[in-house]
Design a binder for this molecule. Sequence first.
Ligand code: COA
Length: 139
Amino acid sequence: MQADDLDQVIAIDARVTGVEKTDYWYEVFHRYGTRGGRQRFCFVAELDGAVEGFVVGEVRDWEFGEPPCGWVFGISVRPEARLGGVATRLLETICGAFRSAGVTKVRTLIARDNHLVLSFFRSQGMMAAPFIPLEIDIA
Ligand SMILES: CC(C)(COP(=O)(O)OP(=O)(O)OC[C@H]1O[C@@H](n2cnc3c(N)ncnc32)[C@H](O)[C@@H]1OP(=O)(O)O)[C@@H](O)C(=O)NCCC(=O)NCCS
C-alpha cells in the first residue's frame, strides 16, 4: 500500500462497511505502511493502476499467552472485482510476509453473520480456532 492508494482504499472500505473512516486509514497507513517494520503489513491488489482490494495484518507476540502468530484484521475487495481470485492473492501475499517474519500460524476474527467472509476464509483452509471471544459493555 502506498500513500496515493489511500483514497481508493478508504472508498472501498466505505462501500463495504457503510462507514467512511478517513482518519483511521491514515493512522493505519502510518503504522502499517510507512512504519510497518517487520511485523506489520498492508498490501493492495492493483489492476491497471486502480486498487481492487486490500489486506491489513500483523504479527502479534505472545498475546493471550499464545506463541507469535499472524493476525489478518482487514480484507476487502471492490464489489466489481470479486470472484476473480483477488482476495486469494492478497491472503497469499500477507501469509508470505508472515512466514518471512517467522510465524507459522495465521488467525482472524469474523462476525458470526458475515457468511461471505466466512466462506472466503474456509475456502482458504482456515478452521475454527480453540478460542472464544468475550466482551462486556462498560459504557
Ligand atoms: C470476502 C472477499 C474478501 C472475497 O474476495 P474475492 O476476491 O471475491 O475472493 P476470491 O475470488 O479470492 O474467492 C476465493 C474463494 O472464496 C469463496 N467465496 C468468495 N466469494 C464468495 C461468495 N460470494 N459466495 C461463496 N463463496 C465465496 C469461494 O470459495 C472462492 O473460490 P471459488 O471462486 O473457486 O469458488 C470479498 O467478497 C469482500 O470484500 N467481501 C466483503 C469483506 C468484508 O465484509 N470486509 C469487512 C470486514 S474485514
